[in-house]
Every structure is written in structure tokens, then in C-alpha cells.
Ligand binder design. Sequence first.
Ligand SMILES: C[S@@+](CC[C@H](N)C(=O)[O-])C[C@H]1O[C@@H](n2cnc3c(N)ncnc32)[C@H](O)[C@@H]1O
Length: 197
Amino acid sequence: MVETGLVYRTPGLYHLVLWGLYRGRPRDRFAAVRQEVERGDTVVDLCAGTSLLYEALAGVAGRYQAFDLNERFVAALCRQGIEAECRDVRTMEIPPADVVTMCSALYHFHPHCLEMLARMRASARKKVVVVEPVRNNANSPVPCWGAFARWASRVGDNPVDFHFTPDSLGLLLEQVPGRKRLELICGGRDARLVLEN
Ligand SMILES: C[S@@+](CC[C@H](N)C(=O)[O-])C[C@H]1O[C@@H](n2cnc3c(N)ncnc32)[C@H](O)[C@@H]1O
């Protein structure tokens, strides 16, 4: 079983942390993904975590496929009847879908985020939708708090020493070719990045 920080031990604990971080509104960022999905679109959700995006897409999306490295999260999704597989997104072949999405996980792929976005785009028939935190506790200058946040949210041998800011996400986007949009959401805590095909 992949070694994870406290935050990822159970879906319930993870939801509690989200609830605190998003001041009681943990579903807002998933609603921001739903706004980009048209009725019947197939969706591939990379680093899916728990069922929050699946629930946000209920009645809108067609086939929904979730992929995550964390066996506990994947087992919980499967128990809910959601199509989910335990896979390492760094190496898996991304299945084709109308919308390929990733919420709050692009930082795990630093310094290979551009390659990750290119792989997602190659599998997306319509668009890639990424929601990424840009105001992070892990970037906190408060002594020990940033280090604690990074320790508590680690996953396997993935280092999580890097987290985006609005500036660093903007710089990354400048290097992405083609049609693209970036906007702040959730009161500036997250950014939504859309790459259109
Ligand atoms: C902050 S959580 C985000 C979960 C969910 N998308 C959300 O927005 O609530 C990051 C997720 O990325 C997963 N993850 C990290 N590295 C991964 C990798 N290489 N392959 C697959 N999943 C990975 C973790 O297991 C975790 O569930």
C-alpha cells in the first residue's frame, strides 16, 4: 500500500480537512469543473481522490472514470459503485475522453507539469480542465506550519515540496501552446485552467 500523509488516510478525514481549508465550501472547486462539462461528456479524472467530483457531475457527465494512486481512496470509490482504478498517473496511459481533468494535484508532477498537461491534452477530445490551489498552507512562511502541511499531504515517493502561486501557474501557462484560459476561483484560493482542443 502506498505510504500517505495523515490527510489522505480516509475519505472522511480528507473531507474534514477540505471543509476547513475551504471554509465550509469544499464543493465549490468541483462545481467549477462541472461548469466546463457538457451533458453526456465522458470524463477522465486523474488523481481523483474521493467522490466529490463524481457527485458534482451527477446527471451531467456520461461515463466517468477515476484514477488515483491511493488504494484506500480507490477502494472507497469502488464501494460506491464508481468506476475507479488504482494507477500511477505519472506512467499510465491516459484513456481518451471528452474532458480530462485533474483537481488539486498538478503540483505533484512538478517539474514535469508541462509534459503532464500535454499528455492530458493528447487524450482530451474537447478540453483539459485543471483546478489547482494557488494559495497554499504548504507555502506558508510561518515556521513549521508549511513543513507540517507538506508532511501531512505527502503521497508515496512523490515529493510535495513545490506548490503553485498565481504567478508560477501563470508562467507555466505561458509555455502551453493553443487555446487556453486561466481564472481565479474559490475566492482566490484556487485557479481553473482550461486548455481547449
Ligand atoms: C490533494 S488530493 C486531490 C484529490 C481530488 N482530486 C480533490 O480535488 O479533492 C491529491 C490526490 O492525488 C493523488 N496522487 C498523487 N500523486 C499521484 C500519482 N502519481 N498518480 C495518481 N494519483 C496521485 C493522491 O493520492 C491524492 O488523492
